[in-house]
Design a protein around this ligand. Structure first.
Ligand code: SAM
Ligand code: SF4
Length: 384
């Protein structure tokens, strides 16, 4: 799939986890009572049907079950959602269908069921390969258990990826280098490597404010980032996006839909969408609280809480912000089409002189390796 090919992705959000990790601010909730999956399945079915009336004739190129922890869903629920999608739209024969999974032994037992339902790619939240660190991160699995789940994913799915979090408290580049090499030995065609972010209103934010989390300083963070780029590139998985590494062709096609500003539907509690309707781009968001979302869908057929047409400026800023995260950068002609004017050549020239961006022969603008750590500033400058 290239930048210019049309793509349509469907994102399904499962908003529950067995416990809440202290660093995480995703829309995920812990419930003591069992979840009524039948009721959720019906609501997913309803919301997909309502949306499809506005988006006729689409061919689905990617589907992504994200969370929360979608690997807590029964395979029959996943199959039901895929059925609902297939009843409304054509699913491309080569569609990428990903499910995010927590790497515990219980969840790995469901992998074959997901495969039978149609999932062909798994993304596992391994986070670290050190049991002490996993405990600090509040994870419910050991490193061994996670690697066992990776081994099962390797045999069950066509493709798999896993996530690690780095730039963790007290982490040194040397230790990270050996952990990363051990991870690469287990990797398939894709790895997501996220630098720990302290999200507001999380237990980690409180610990940080109290001086109880010693995060790497700027210099160490930079060294950790550089180490990551070098080791992954040397192993044949260069970064194709700030935090995502793949062998050529192994990129997550669903995430490329977001970064290349293609169209996607967001289904389920707290899901976001970007819909192209009659030449306008709609930004949609649904109700975040699972039970409220359920009642809304049951009462009026959808859980939308906002549906706004983006202005030309909002669209072009988003195009820059998302596209410049990619190593392939953006197509300058496509930018000019979206924005109604080209990017300022003087600003590009100045950033170029500083070594933060480069232009390619085929008319693309991309951020360089030294530019990536200051991406937000580069985008702000270009968008000004
Ligand atoms: C929405 S989570 C879902 C994955 C799955 N529930 C799990 O935890 O295994 C997706 C990924 O985001 C990353 N993540 C979540 N919070 C983060 C934070 N504060 N900083 C860096 N990465 C984070 C983790 O690597 C996680 O695997
Ligand atoms: S990191 Fe994953 S398991 Fe942990 S709270 Fe967030 S979504 Fe749930």
């Amino acid at each position: 799939m290239t930048d210019s090919e049309q793509a349509f992705g469907v994102y399904i959000h499962w908003p529950f986890c067995l416990s809440k990790c202290p660093y995480c601010d995703f829309n995920s909730h812990v419930r003591r009572e069992p979840i009524d999956e039948q009721r959720f399945l019906k609501a997913f079915h309803t919301e997909i049907g309502t949306l499809a009336k506005r988006l006729r004739g689409r061919t689905v190129s990617t589907i992504f079950f994200g969370g929360g922890t979608p690997s807590l869903m029964q395979p029959a629920t996943i199959a039901g959602v895929l059925n609902s999608i297939a009843r409304q739209w054509r699913i491309a024969p080569d569609a990428e269908i990903t499910l995010e999974a927590n790497p515990t032994s219980v969840e790995a037992t469901r992998f074959r069921g997901y495969r039978a339902a149609g999932v062909n790619r798994a993304s596992l939240g391994v986070q670290a390969l050190d049991d002490r660190v996993l405990a600090e991160l509040g994870r419910m699995h050991s490193a061994r258990e996670a690697l066992d789940a990776v081994a099962i994913a390797r045999t069950v799915f066509d493709r798999y990826s896993f996530d690690l979090i780095y730039a963790r408290p007290n982490q040194e580049p040397k230790a990270w280098a050996s952990e990363l090499k051990a991870a690469l030995a287990e990797a398939g065609d894709h790895l997501s490597l996220y630098q720990l972010t302290i999200e507001p209103d999380t237990p980690f934010a409180a610990l940080h404010a109290a001086g109880k989390l010693r995060l790497p300083d700027e210099e160490t963070s930079r060294a950790l980032y550089d180490t990551t780029q070098e080791i992954c590139a040397a192993q044949g998985l260069p970064a194709y996006e700030i935090s995502n590494h793949a062998r050529p062709g192994g990129e997550c096609r669903h995430n490329l839909v977001y970064w290349r500003a293609h169209e996607y539907a967001g289904i389920g509690p707290g899901a976001h969408g970007r819909l192209d309707i009659e030449g306008e781009r709609h930004a949609t968001a649904t109700e975040r609280r699972p039970e409220t979302w359920l009642s809304q869908v049951e009462a009026r057929g959808h859980g939308l809480v906002s549906d706004e047409v983006l202005t030309r400026e909002e669209r072009s800023d988003e195009f820059l912000l998302m596209g410049l995260r990619l190593a392939e950068g953006i197509d300058l002609a496509r930018y000019a089409e979206v924005a109604g004017r080209p990017l300022d050549p003087d600003r590009i020239a100045t950033l170029h002189q500083h070594g933060f961006v480069e232009t390619t022969d085929n008319g693309r603008l991309r951020v360089t390796l030294p530019g990536f750590p200051i991406l937000d500033a580069v985008v702000a400058d270009l968008a000004a």
